[in-house]
Design a protein around this ligand. Structure first.
Ligand code: ZN
Length: 106
């Protein structure tokens, strides 16, 4: 069974699901047997995606597509206390990193 979760809110809505808040992950945890510590967050926005990964104790993979390069440069200060576990050129590269990580766990 698969699911797609989406936060339709803006910051002004004060919801609990806008990344890096964990509302969507909390909902998925209730509906599926998910262990966030064994999960990966793949995204291009450091302040949302990599901070979310930290907030749920998952591994974060920053992709350089979308705003990924900007996240590492002019927007790096917006997530300065967090490091991406991996940096991938694109989503396919991220998938390869995950497969390698699962085959060769550290
Ligand atoms: Zn929301």
């Amino acid at each position: 069974m698969d699911a797609v979760y989406c936060c339709p809110h803006t910051s002004e809505d004060k919801c609990n699901c806008k990344k890096p808040l964990t509302g969507m992950i909390d909902k998925a945890k209730k509906e599926f047997e998910i262990d966030p510590q064994k999960a990966y967050v793949v995204g291009d926005m450091g302040m949302a995606d990599m901070v979310l990964a930290k907030n749920i104790n998952a591994r974060g993979i920053l992709v350089l597509t979308g705003v990924g390069k900007g996240s590492l440069n002019e927007f790096r200060d917006t997530w300065k206390d967090v490091e991406a576990d991996y940096i991938a050129n694109n989503v396919l590269d991220a998938v390869r990193l995950i497969i390698n990580d699962l085959i060769l766990p550290q």
